[in-house]
Design a protein around this ligand. Structure first.
Ligand SMILES: Nc1ncnc2c1ncn2[C@@H]1O[C@H](COP(=O)(O)OP(=O)(O)OP(=O)(O)O)[C@@H](O)[C@H]1O
Ligand SMILES: Nc1nc2c(c(=O)[nH]1)N=C(CO)CN2
Length: 179
């Protein structure tokens, strides 16, 4: 893995709509935070959302996390994809049901466009289930991302059914260790 000397701030979208959704979000955050090159710095509220795209599937829980990472973006994504696999995600239906979905939305200082990794995430401005949690944690001094999120929120206002989910806390003292 290519370790960078300095931490870079990145934003990750989390989604879950199979099994114990809340526990899956907790577990994914714990696994990210347990990695030596990743520190979970802030978490959004959790929202219950109607499925978008492929609609014949259960409701999602969605949230966003701000992380600080010394990993190169490709390595951070690899860790995220490994966590999805460890947690039993099966890739079959595009936009279909999943135990956990982790998308890398934005990483400070990095722009790239390849099938393996596109940054910023090409569809983040189209999805309220991504933007509403992200707005909880993007600081206003990140002018570029803050402006992007709020402009996109303005154009999508009211287009998806999203409700705040209140029963979530992280770090979760009762959760099993991620290792
Ligand atoms: N910014 C990114 N974040 C996550 N995956 C990405 C990104 N850019 C490209 N990819 C690639 O997309 C592939 C498919 O991702 P995934 O199965 O999570 O898509 P999806 O959640 O079904 O749809 P969407 O990409 O619209 O969220 C991953 O294997 C990954 O290599
Ligand atoms: N509400 C909601 N809908 C979705 C979600 C998601 O996380 N939340 N993820 C998808 C796969 O990218 C497809 N549709």
């Amino acid at each position: 893995m290519n370790e960078m000397k300095q931490e870079a701030v990145a934003y990750i979208a989390l989604g879950a709509n199979l099994g114990d959704r809340e526990r899956s979000l907790q577990e994914a955050l714990a696994k990210l935070d347990a990695h030596p090159g990743i520190r979970v710095a802030a978490c959004s509220d959790v929202y219950e959302t109607e499925p978008v795209g492929y609609t014949d599937q259960p409701q999602f829980l969605n949230m966003a996390a701000q992380v600080a990472s010394t990993l190169a973006p490709q390595d951070l994504l690899r860790v995220m994809l490994d966590i999805e696999l460890e947690m039993g995600r099966v890739r079959d239906v595009r936009w279909g049901p999943r135990v956990i979905d982790l998308d890398l939305l934005y990483m400070e200082g990095f722009e790239m466009d390849s099938p393996e990794l596109t940054l910023p995430h090409p569809r983040m401005g189209e999805r309220l289930f991504v933007l509403i949690p992200l707005a909880d944690i993007v600081p206003s001094d990140n002018r570029r991302l803050h402006a992007f999120v709020h402009r996109a929120l303005g154009t999508l206002d009211g287009k998806e059914d999203i409700r705040k989910w209140t029963r979530f806390s992280w770090p979760d003292e009762s959760a099993p260790s991620a290792n």
